[in-house]
Design a protein around this ligand. Structure first.
Ligand SMILES: [Zn+2]
Length: 292
């Protein structure tokens, strides 16, 4: 059993309370409730409490104008919302890069950032109907947008991405994208395309990017990655051979690495560097390296 709370941006402890979303009176009452709190995101950067490692939850009276999304109810049943706006300068909070905040909040609170950031970003980019081009308006407490011109209803998107380690003879394949810094290697990854399974996407991406054929693809764990709305699905696959043929537009450099080498790298003692613990690529490398 995978403990997904170990993965960055997972383990959200809010009750999303979907049944309230369709009830506009209930959402209004939740918003007006004295215990309601609002996570402000300024240009998609969540507010952290000044000088601390906590999310900053504003009161309604401190809340700027802007698109709101109902996040859910906390463990006390108190309503939580996200709002896209700029807080007053005198509030004791600081807009924080969502990756940096995600790395600090490792216990499930980062998942709230993922939820808030992805949905608010979606509202920013979907003000017009993809079906007919007319303006749309938010509905269901921020979980859909309605087009009154053609009747279409649009929902926040989630973009599936496969991220995988191919393995062969005790070695795993890591690669460096053309935009990665020198010496930085990660698991290979790519978007799932329409009309294919996760397993097929893993096999296709490894063949396109590295020229290898794989079999026995095993799904391992997943992670939301709110930049803007990916769902990273981690997998392992067995390669049929070690010979590589790189697509250099996608992969500048790739190498087969041993478990011992990966363990050194994850201790910060290796010849190359790997993604930080926030990223599922780190978890895949760690999980693989821990195997005997
Ligand atoms: Zn429309």
């Amino acid at each position: 059993m995978i403990l997904n709370s170990l993965l960055g941006y997972t383990g959200n402890m809010l009750d999303r309370a979907d049944h309230l979303r369709r009830d506009s009176a209930a959402i209004h009452a939740a918003r007006m409730h004295p215990t309601a709190r609002f996570l402000i995101l300024e240009d998609l950067k969540p507010m952290m409490a000044e000088g601390g490692a906590e999310l900053f939850w504003a009161r309604r009276s401190e809340c700027p104008e802007g698109q709101q999304v109902f996040l859910g109810l906390d463990s006390q049943g108190e309503p939580r919302f996200a709002v896209d706006g700029k807080p007053d300068d005198d509030l004791p909070c600081v807009a924080t890069d969502a990756r940096a905040a995600g790395a600090i909040l490792a216990d499930g609170r980062a998942a709230i950032i993922a939820q808030a950031r992805s949905v608010l970003d979606w509202h920013r980019r979907h003000g017009f109907c993809a079906n007919c081009g007319a303006p749309t308006r938010p509905e269901k407490a921020g979980y859909s947008r309605q087009c009154d011109a053609c009747g279409a209803e649009h929902f926040p998107r989630v973009d599936p991405v496969v991220i995988m380690l191919a393995e062969k003879d005790g070695m795993a394949l890591v690669g460096r994208g053309p935009h990665f810094p020198a010496g930085f290697f990660s698991a290979l990854a790519g978007f799932v395309e329409p009309g294919e399974s996760l397993e097929e996407a893993v096999a296709r991406e490894l063949h396109e990017e590295a020229g290898i054929r794989v079999h026995s693809v095993r799904y391992a764990a997943s992670q939301p990655w709110p930049f803007p709305s990916s769902l990273m699905m981690g997998a392992f696959a067995q390669a049929e051979g070690l010979e590589l043929a790189l697509d250099e537009s996608e992969i500048a450099e790739a190498r087969w690495v041993s478990r011992e080498e990966v363990r050194s790298v994850l201790r910060g003692e290796g010849a190359w560097s790997a993604p930080p613990p926030l990223a599922i690529a780190h978890w895949l490398l760690q999980t693989w390296a821990q195997q005997p």
